[in-house]
Design a binder for this molecule. Structure first.
Ligand code: UD1
Ligand code: CA
Length: 452
């Protein structure tokens, strides 16, 4: 028996008050729907079908990397109608697992149990027993405990509303049966919708035993309807990630003030101080300290690195024993070799900085290559842009660039060169030479300052 998945994602999400379709809102940097897709993908599945509606173009474009069959539901006439749009694309002998695109934290464990429970019976429901069941469909059972139907809140009697076992919406059903039942769904109910939940009674009437699996956490079945719920799930997710990292031996000075939006690979003895944000794909070596207040995105950080407070690092490789910050900005396509020091108010972009070189204060180095053991003085600027094109600055090994130097690119500075403070370098400088451009200093004796 193979498994197919249908993810319902056509709802507009009016309560988000957003032009962005709800399922594209990010949780930990990933669209809600992608979380569901990832959880689903951990099962052994034949195909994933996504029923989409509102914001279709945008959804398909932004999620084009997902391997799914997109099915449009033009009008949102209910969950039963939504599943009906996709059912003809599903192999009839498969089991179908139905998921919601706006319930992002569903766990693999629960889904695996739910699918396993349908192996024999052909029908399983993920239910939960909660203190405040308001708004959910209620699970109705007979005296022997068998599930006979689901009643939606709006259609329920007072007695039924007191039932605390609710429908999470997630279920596994034989595709062939589902197809037949969907064809006879009506919409004669309080909301005038085609309820998927009505198939439960149809199954029970045919003598099919519906198994149920209880969800283990309230968070995994929670849907996102508004931004407050989104923020709540974000905090749950972040804390879970923080706990996972701490179990792996990472010190987080405050797990409540750590955010990871992506994937982080960690070595041993890493300390991350408060308010640090890690995004994209980041790997950190052994014995590294980061923060507080750092943003690190798509970076590869070596061993024994120290990233001081308030640094921003984006798409860069940081070699072993580098020291960065405080207040440094390392921009895309930068590679720092080992033992490089980047100090305060220094911006590096698209540059290779060689082993042991130092750029410690107030500098901009862009589109550059810097050799080994060179020292770039305070206030040095590579003038890489002529208003139309970017040009390269190449600096050799053991170069000393004096403070307040402008290097007007394209320009090459040979090994061992010394550049005097305040120089504007416009021509290449050959190895071991001194280059200096400075207006001669005048000293005027007896000068008196103007007075008021
Ligand atoms: C549904 C269930 C209810 C359950 C609850 C759990 C039905 C009739 N009711 O109620 O028993 O307790 O979920 O949250 O199934 N969707 C579409 N197209 C539509 C309608 C909905 O794709 O025409 C999608 C939505 O985007 C959402 C999901 O289906 O992802 C559930 O829709 P929603 O309106 O939230 O269902 P409820 O009425 O809350
Ligand atoms: Ca809902």
């Amino acid at each position: 028996m193979s498994l197919s998945i249908i993810i319902l994602a056509a709802g507009q999400g009016t309560r988000m008050k957003s032009t962005l379709p709800k399922i594209l809102h990010p949780l930990a940097g990933r669209p809600l729907l992608e979380h569901v897709y990832i959880a689903a993908g951990r099962l052994d599945v034949r195909a994933v079908h996504v029923v989409y509606g509102y914001g279709g173009e945008q959804i398909r474009e932004q999620l084009s990397h997902l391997q799914v069959n997109w099915v449009e539901q033009r009008e949102q006439l209910g969950t039963g109608h939504a599943v009906a749009q996709a059912i003809n694309d599903v192999t009839e002998t498969d089991d179908v697992l139905i998921l919601y695109g706006d319930v992002p934290l569903i766990t693999h464990a629960s889904l695996a149990k739910l699918v396993a429970a349908a192996k024999d019976s052909g029908f399983s429901l993920l239910t939960a027993t909660i203190d405040e069941p308001g708004g959910y469909g209620r699970i109705i059972r007979d005296d022997k405990g068998g599930i006979t139907r689901i009643v939606e809140e709006k259609d329920a009697s007072d007695e039924q509303r007191r039932v605390c076992e609710i429908n999470t919406g997630m279920m596994t059903v034989r595709a062939g049966w589902l197809k037949r039942w969907l064809a006879s769904l009506g919409n004669d109910n309080a909301q005038g919708e085609y309820y998927l939940t009505d198939v439960i009674q149809m199954a029970a009437d045919e003598g099919i035993v519906i198994s149920s699996v209880s969800s283990e956490s309230a968070v995994e079945i929670q849907g996102v309807n508004d931004r407050q719920q989104l923020a709540e799930l974000e905090r749950h997710y972040q804390l879970a990630q923080a706990h996972h990292l701490m179990k792996q031996g990472v010190t987080l000075m405050d797990p409540q003030r750590f955010d990871l939006r992506g994937d982080l690979k960690t070595g041993s003895d890493i300390t991350i101080d408060i308010n640090t944000l890690i995004e994209g794909s980041v790997s950190i070596g052994n014995n590294v300290s980061i923060g507080p207040n750092c943003c690190i995105k798509d970076a590869d950080i070596g061993d024994n690195v120290s990233i001081l407070p308030n640094c921003v690092i984006d798409n860069a490789v940081i070699g072993n024993r580098c020291k960065i910050g405080p207040f440094a900005r390392v921009r895309p396509d930068t590679r720092l070799a080992e033992d490089v020091h980047i100090g305060n108010f220094v911006e590096i972009k698209k540059s290779d900085i060689g082993q042991g070189s130092k750029i410690n204060h107030l500098s901009y180095v862009g589109d550059s290559e810097v050799g080994k053991r060179s020292n770039i003085g305070a206030g040095t600027i590579t003038c890489n842009y002529d208003g139309a094109y970017k040009h390269k600055t190449v600096i050799g090994d053991n170069v000393f660039v004096g403070s307040d130097t402008q290097l007007v690119a394209p320009v090459n500075i040979g090994n061992g060169v010394t550049i005097g403070a305040g120089t504007t370098v416009t021509k290449d400088v050959e190895e071991n030479m001194l280059s200096i451009s400075r207006v001669e200093q005048k000293t005027i004796k007896g000068w008196e300052r103007p007075k008021k």
